[in-house]
Design a protein around this ligand. Structure first.
Ligand code: SF4
Ligand code: SF4
Length: 230
């Protein structure tokens, strides 16, 4: 669309005379603003650390690694969080799990809290709710090394925050999480849009859920609500 002359605001360069050159008009204008703020005082300053800030519910602070009901780290070393992390600040070493209910666990897990941008992508990516961001915001340290949070430290944050009320544990079932309970998901077969007579639907390979799975009561109630349009 062509620009018409009436759409343009032409600004002329001001001519600075003797009076303006003394800067007195600008100083008086500035003092007027100062007096206005002094006489109409509306403080917005938060007096931290004497007064603690009120944080929004979705605040994303220091990470924690959650424990299951047996006190073990929930993480299954799937690397999803490290892959999703845009700051590349998660380092995980997986090892064979010493427990029967999972294949792997993290033998070491480290987050560089100084590189982290607290975007929350890691907790979004985690299939077993093992990593979460908490409301802890006053993170300090004297050295860079102190800001590298290892597995023990991250588990310590869990111990410190799980009962505060701000950071409830999302998965209370003591299991690893919805994705790890794959066999207990409601049957959606075929999981993809393939037809039942398609040979890929009869495949035993992963990606197709076969058979009728037992549905936990919590899933049932959610499905009921969906069907009832609630
Ligand atoms: S919050 Fe974002 S930047 Fe920080 S570790 Fe998680 S994914 Fe990486
Ligand atoms: S996404 Fe979750 S389970 Fe996977 S490595 Fe990260 S914290 Fe562990």
């Amino acid at each position: 669309m062509p620009i018409e002359n009436k759409d343009v605001t032409w600004v002329e360069e001001p001519i600075i005379g003797f009076w303006e050159a003394t800067f007195l008009p600008a100083i008086i204008e500035g003092l007027k603003t100062t007096v206005k703020h002094v006489t109409n005082y509306q403080p917005t300053t938060e007096f931290f650390p004497e007064e603690k800030p009120t944080l929004p519910l979705h605040y994303r602070g220091v990470h924690r690694l959650n424990r299951d009901d047996q006190g073990r780290v929930k993480c299954v070393a799937c690397m999803m969080c490290a892959t999703a992390c845009p700051a590349n600040c998660i380092t995980i070493q997986g090892a064979q799990a010493p427990w029967e209910d999972r294949d792997k666990y993290p033998s070491s897990f480290e987050i560089d809290e100084l590189r982290c941008i607290f975007c929350g992508m890691c907790e979004e990516a985690c299939p077993v709710d093992a990593i979460e961001l908490t409301h802890l915001y006053d993170l300090t340290g004297f050295t860079r090394d102190e800001m590298l949070f290892d597995k023990e430290k991250l588990l310590g944050v869990f111990d410190q925050t799980k009962d505060t009320g701000y950071d409830p544990v999302r998965t209370h079932r003591g299991r690893l999480g919805p994705a790890s309970d794959f066999e207990q998901l409601p049957s959606l077969s075929p999981a993809t849009s393939v037809q039942s007579d398609d040979r890929s639907a009869r495949s035993s390979s992963s990606g197709v859920i076969q058979g009728r799975a037992v549905m936990p009561s919590s899933w049932e109630s959610v499905n009921d609500k969906i069907e009832k349009g609630k």
